[in-house]
Design a binder for this molecule. Structure first.
Ligand code: NDP
Length: 489
């Protein structure tokens, strides 16, 4: 693929502007470490201040005061433009993070759907009226936009994170500053032209690039009123701390996971194998909800494991150039991610873990890592307890439902879980007992934009993205009490 013209400036006030920090970062191709861009701005304090000022002006004078109907019109136009440009945006994601083009396209198409979904809410933000109830007080509840909001994203699905944060925020009347990861800023920067073309007023959506330091400037900014963060637990904690230490801004945290799949003896084996292989390995396992801890009933463990291994071996042959539509597995996002995954394997070996397949780099070299199945090892082994965020899962067996639930919940994470069984009563009983925000029955979990999504425990902070819950997370609640005694004769 020839490189399209890459944007190398920040997008503030509907214009591409050079960063005032003058600092830049380099983006390399995960395929071969070649340089894709070496002039992507690192937004510093002055740049973040400019973006906040633009967003605040738009909140007070344009986007924040126009009617819901007008907001919807612009968001719907933007959705059409995103759809028309899905191939370009997917290509940029593919180049920067090695995502196979088929996967990148699928994710790019989710963004317009999210903007359309939330455009529908723009003129339906209703309040409530509470009856007098004998206290001679009449009460109104109103939902209002918060003001300037910000979003910080992980690198594995930039366009999805952009849409799931920006669309509800804008529908509610807020203005926004979005920061993609330094590993995948190319598609996010390309959005600037599309934003201006859709007719958003200047400052409604701003895009700043940079590393964690830029994210930290957003998290601690005194004039940003809400921040939504998608990324690791370690960085999420820092965002929460910075928000608390600055202006107590509202925080949504979408963090990592170590999700279990419980496969009972009466499960449809082919279906469970499919989802534990093709669905798990989508994006090379670099998906927060990837179910990387398989708990399989002892009676079917041998058959399940050998089927799964055969499927992993077959899928390893579909590893290749992310640009090819036939490629199912691309390289990992960058050298640091590859080294981190390989370090888990080496630690696992020390903990007595056995590798049924994989556990090494692929012969293609670079950032290509073999799809990997691990068995055995201690319950406190890092490969069983920590998020690897790569094409690697571990398998353990269980004998009873209680044991399966206990093992599934024996984690500090609580993002998602899968339950495979043909007994619906058992599926619902087990789903009810699992400590996670998102459960799939007889399938891998696939977040949809109409359904609330978020994690329990160390996978999130309770706020939800998606659907009505996502919209509400970008609104303040105001109660207005009217004393009915005044003026009464
Ligand atoms: P990181 O936490 O490293 O980075 C996420 C974002 O935070 C990046 O934009 C990063 O900047 C920025 N950042 C880093 N440090 C700080 C800081 N101190 N203050 C503010 N921002 C900061 O995560 P990854 O990008 O490596 O993503 C992988 C993680 O994301 C996994 O744990 C995965 O499970 C999780 N994730 C969670 C999802 C969910 O919905 N629950 C969905 C997808 C991923 P930069 O990268 O530019 O340095």
């Amino acid at each position: 693929m020839t490189l399209p013209h890459l944007k190398n400036k920040l997008f503030i006030n509907n214009e591409y502007v050079a960063s005032r920090s003058g600092e830049v970062l380099t983006v390399r191709s995960p395929r071969d470490e070649s340089i894709l861009a070496e002039d992507i701005p690192r937004a510093g304090k002055l740049d973040v201040d400019d973006a906040v000022q633009a967003a605040q002006a738009a909140f007070k004078t344009s986007w924040g005061i126009i009617s819901g109907n007008e907001r919807a019109k612009i968001m719907l136009k933007f959705a059409d433009i995103l759809e028309e440009n899905a191939a370009l945006l997917a290509g940029l994601e593919m180049m920067a993070m090695g995502q196979p083009i088929s996967v990148a396209l699928e994710l790019a198409k989710m963004a317009p759907a999210m903007f359309r979904h939330y455009a529908g809410y723009c003129d339906k933000i209703y309040g409530e009226v509470l009856p007098e109830d004998g206290n001679e007080q009449y009460s109104l509840v109103q939902y209002q936009p918060i003001g300037v909001c910000a979003g910080i994203a992980a690198w594995n699905a930039t366009l999805v994170f952009f849409a799931v944060k920006v669309a509800p925020a804008l529908a509610a009347g807020n203005t926004f500053i979005f920061k993609p990861s330094e590993k995948s800023p190319l598609a996010a920067l390309a959005l600037g032209d599309l934003i201006a073309c859709a007719g958003f007023p200047p400052g409604a959506i701003n895009i700043v690039t940079g590393s964690g330091e830029t994210g930290s400037l957003l998290a601690s900014h005194m004039l940003i009123r809400k921040i939504s963060f998608t990324g690791s637990l370690a960085a999420g904690r820092k965002v929460q701390q910075a928000a608390t230490a600055s202006n107590l801004k509202s925080v949504t945290l979408e963090l990592g996971g170590k999700s279990p799949s419980i496969i009972f003896e009466d499960a449809d084996m082919e279906n469970a194998v499919n989802h534990s292989s093709s669905s798990f390995l989508l994006n090379s396992g670099q998906i927060c909800i990837a179910a990387s801890r398989i708990l399989v009933h002892q009676k079917i463990a041998e058959a399940f494991t050998s089927h799964l291994q055969a499927r992993f071996e077959a899928l390893a042959h579909a590893m290749g150039d992310p640009e090819s539509p036939e490629t199912f597995l691309g390289p990992l996002a960058d050298r640091a991610q590859t080294e981190s995954v390989l370090e888990f394997f080496s630690q696992g070996r020390k903990d007595g873990v056995q590798f049924l397949i994989g556990g090494t780099k692929h012969e293609k070299g670079g950032n290509y890592v073999q799809p990997t199945i691990m068995v055995g090892g201690r319950l406190d082994s890092v490969t069983w307890t920590k998020e690897i965020f790569g094409p690697a899962l571990s398998i353990r067996t269980f004998e009873t439902e209680e044991e399966a639930i206990q093992l599934a919940n024996d984690t500090s994470f609580g993002l998602s879980a899968c339950v495979y069984t043909s007994d619906i009563a058992r599926a619902l009983r087990v789903s009810g007992l699992i400590e996670a925000g998102n459960i799939a029955i007889n399938s891998a979990y696939r977040p949809g934009h109409t359904v609330p999504f978020g994690g329990w425990k160390e996978s999130g902070n309770g706020a939800r993205e998606g659907g009505l819950a996502g919209l509400k997370s970008y609104m303040e609640t105001k109660s207005i009490l009217i004393n009915m005694k005044v003026g009464r004769r």
